[in-house]
Every structure is written in structure tokens, then in C-alpha cells.
Design a protein around this ligand. Structure first.
Ligand SMILES: Cc1cc2nc3c(=O)[nH]c(=O)nc-3n(C[C@H](O)[C@H](O)[C@H](O)COP(=O)(O)O)c2cc1C
Length: 197
């Protein structure tokens, strides 16, 4: 049975991004997948490294302990075959809270080396599902699509998942009166992505 861990970063329960999360989780429910969700705003997840955390990471001190909230996140990731990231694009990247999640959770000994052979946690699949004001064609024209995809899939996911996918549900700011229809298509796609995991 495939278990999914969703990392979600948006401050508002009345956002399009929240609707995408709900559609995705609905799709997981329909297909009988079990899942956990880390709602980074609801958990008040701290995004800045402390000095002790920095020294552990910069010094490759694999034996130093990690904070409790980071260890809890490691446990959720290790218990899941699929990792999903749901967030809005803010200034051509994820919100700072999710950027800080990578800073703090991708620790030496868990997500990066040096580490004993076989200790790295690897997912079967990582899915990056983000909403954006611009649509994909506009993000491609500006170069932002490729930049965002490279940063998320090549750098942040990298070898940590056997397969990865980057999906932008865009156009909320630029599609004008087409938005209600486009939004419906995006929510249907989010649910379908979940069902096809
Ligand atoms: C601070 C901020 C920065 C944003 N930067 C971008 C951006 O760089 N590119 C883009 O396409 N949309 C950008 N947007 C638009 C959001 O991506 C869009 O509002 C969101 O995906 C969908 O709306 P929601 O907040 O209701 O979920 C930005 C929005 C905010 C609030």
C-alpha cells in the first residue's frame, strides 16, 4: 500500500492553493491511499536554522542530534513512498516557510552526505504541485518555469526520489474571465494526479 506524505505551505484556508490541496487529498481518499500532511503554517513550522543547526550542517556532524520537529518530519518522510509539495509560487520560488523546511529537514545523515551506505531516505516519487499567478506559457517565456523546475527537481529533490514531477497550476492572475473554468480544470487535474499515484 502506497503511503503519501504531503508538505503544504499556504497561510490561508480560503486560498486557491488550499482548494488544490483539498482536491488532491480527495483524490487520495478516492483511491484508498493513506497519507499524512505537514501544514507548515498550521504547525507554525520554524523556517530559520539556529546556530546549532547551522553548525551541524556546515560541519557535516552526522552524529549531532536534530531538533524534535525535524526528526518528526524525517519519520513521516521515511514512512512514505511518495512525497508531495503543495504551495503557491511567490517570487518565482516556494514560500519562505517551505524554503526553510528544506534548509532544516534536508539534514546531513538524512538527505545529504556524507552518510553510511543505505542510510539515505529515498522516495519512489516526488510530486511538486504549485499554483501560480502566471500561466505555464508565461512562466516559460520569462524563463521562470525552467528555473523553478530546476531548483525544485534537480537540486531539492535530486536523487532523493526515483521519479519526480513538477506541475504548475497557473493563470490565477492573468487568465481573466477564463479563470473559473481554468480553475475547475486545475482542481480536476489535482484530484487526477492523486488518483494516479
Ligand atoms: C508575495 C507573492 C508573490 C507572488 N509571486 C508570484 C510569482 O513570482 N509568479 C507567479 O506566477 N505568481 C506569483 N504570485 C501569485 C500567486 O502564485 C498566486 O496568487 C497563487 O498561486 C494562487 O492564489 P492563492 O493565494 O489564492 O492560493 C505571488 C503572490 C504573492 C502573494
Amino acid at each position: 500500500m502506497t503511503h503519501v506524505h504531503v508538505v503544504y505551505a499556504h497561510p490561508s484556508e480560503r486560498s486557491f492553493t488550499r482548494e488544490v490541496l483539498d482536491a488532491f487529498l480527495g483524490g487520495l481518499d478516492e483511491s484508498g491511499r493513506t497519507y499524512t500532511v505537514s501544514d507548515l503554517y498550521a504547525r507554525d513550522f520554524r523556517s530559520e536554522l539556529t546556530l546549532a543547526e547551522y553548525e551541524r550542517e556546515a560541519g557535516y556532524d552526522v552524529d549531532a542530534p536534530v531538533p524534535e520537529d525535524v526528526a518528526a518530519e524525517h519519520a513521516r518522510l521515511a514512512a512514505s513512498e511518495v512525497w508531495v509539495f503543495v504551495y503557491p509560487v511567490w517570487w518565482a520560488d516556494c514560500p519562505a516557510r517551505l524554503k526553510g523546511w528544506f534548509d532544516r529537514v534536508w539534514t546531513v545523515g538524512f538527505a545529504r552526505g556524507p552518510m553510511p551506505a543505505g542510510r539515505r531516505t529515498v522516495a519512489e516519487k516526488a510530486l511538486v504541485l504549485c499554483t501560480a499567478g502566471y500561466d505555464v506559457a508565461e512562466l516559460e517565456a520569462s524563463g521562470c518555469y525552467r528555473a523553478m523546475r530546476t531548483v525544485m527537481l534537480t537540486d531539492r529533490i535530486g536523487e532523493r526520489a526515483r521519479a519526480s514531477e513538477f506541475v504548475v497550476l497557473g493563470g490565477s492572475a492573468t487568465s481573466g474571465e477564463r479563470w473559473p473554468e481554468l480553475k475547475g480544470e486545475h482542481l480536476a487535474r489535482a484530484a487526477e494526479l492523486a488518483r494516479s499515484i
